[in-house]
Design a protein around this ligand. Structure first.
Ligand SMILES: [Mn+2]
Length: 329
């Protein structure tokens, strides 16, 4: 469904004096970049208060973004009551539980605006939903919105929007990359952003504390279905032992980018008996569908879900659905 009701969106933004912004847990460049760009735009519009909330910690790779220190993260939420806001904006989340405890903001706001680009957006009810899955990132939707409504994109906003678009396309190499995101990136680069630093932080820099965990994963990676499926399982005790946190994107890369692999699966047991599954695919193999069947969602080539239970049973289910998706493509 393509739905970009920018007129309603503009009115909601214009009428609100105080705004809360929330994105998904395990925040990525699009969630953080689009939140930061929105906040800066709203502050430039003269709003009284604009606060970004995250029921998680924000990776320090994003510390170059303006207002990074002011993001109200998990630590803030643990220790402070919710304030009242005119408007809550939920970004980059197809289901409401993706924003964790920030759903509690619903009881403290007058209106809710959802801006999303996943295959399906399930948040509805009292919300205005702006959903355009043709865009690579929420940052790309915002770029179009700001441009259409003649809202000035400052250098700091450009850094944030570029972060959104670049990270959700894997630095313009994933299958979702289109001409619009290149045109948007060109316009954002012309605002004088520090392209080298942003790209280095997001696509080169890695945390050296991933090395022991990665060594474990490389030793135990399974290649199934004639090598078309790569499967990494990181048990709870390994996550604890190597203190693996927000660095799982490194593992995803090694699962899905091995030669011959068409689907990469990373299963991480973040809490005892609770598994977070990341699915990456190439070409026409639909991971959004697999994730939806198993209780999650996402994009065609990148999707995921969380499930509780026994690993053996979960492994069997994933393998069955992924194998089906290979046959359907
Ligand atoms: Mn996104």
């Amino acid at each position: 469904m393509v739905k970009t009701d920018f007129k309603t969106m503009f009115k909601l933004l214009k009428d609100a004096e105080t705004v809360a912004i929330a994105g998904h847990v395990r925040p990525d460049g699009d969630t953080i970049g689009s939140s930061v760009a929105l906040r800066l735009a709203l502050l430039n519009m003269g709003k009284k208060a604009v606060d970004i909330f995250s029921d998680d910690l924000i990776p320090s790779t994003f510390s170059y973004l303006a207002g990074f220190d002011q993001i109200k993260d998990r630590g803030y939420i643990d220790n402070n009551p919710w304030q009242q806001y005119d408007l809550l904006i939920i970004v980059d989340s197809s289901t409401e539980d993706r924003i964790g405890r920030c759903t509690q903001l619903r009881g403290h706001v007058k209106n809710v605006l959802v801006i999303d680009h996943h295959a399906k957006t399930y948040i509805n009810g009292e919300s205005v939903v702006i959903s355009n899955q043709d865009h690579v990132a929420v940052g790309a939707i915002l770029f179009e919105f700001f441009t259409d409504n003649k809202i000035e994109i400052t250098r700091d906003m450009a850094s944030a929007l570029y972060t959104s678009i670049a990270t959700d396309t894997g630095c313009f190499v994933q299958a979702n990359t289109d001409s619009f995101c290149h045109l948007a990136a060109a316009a954002l680069i012309d605002k004088g952003i520090d392209l080298e630093q942003i790209n280095y932080n997001n696509f080169r820099l890695y945390n050296r504390r991933v090395i022991p965990g990665l060594a474990y994963a490389m030793k135990h990676i399974k290649f199934l279905h004639d090598g078309e499926i790569a499967f990494i399982h990181i048990p709870y005790k390994t996550i604890q032992k190597f203190n693996i946190g927000n660095e799982l994107h490194v593992y995803k890369k090694y699962a899905s980018e091995a030669s011959g692999v068409r689907v990469g699966v990373v299963v991480s047991e973040r809490k005892k008996g609770e598994f977070n599954i990341s699915l990456r695919s190439h070409g026409d193999i639909n991971m959004a569908k697999v994730a939806e069947i198993l209780g999650g969602g996402g994009h065609k080539n990148a999707a995921g879900f969380t499930v509780k239970g026994k690993y053996k049973k979960i492994f069997k289910q994933i393998l069955e659905e992924v194998t089906k998706s290979l046959h359907e493509s």
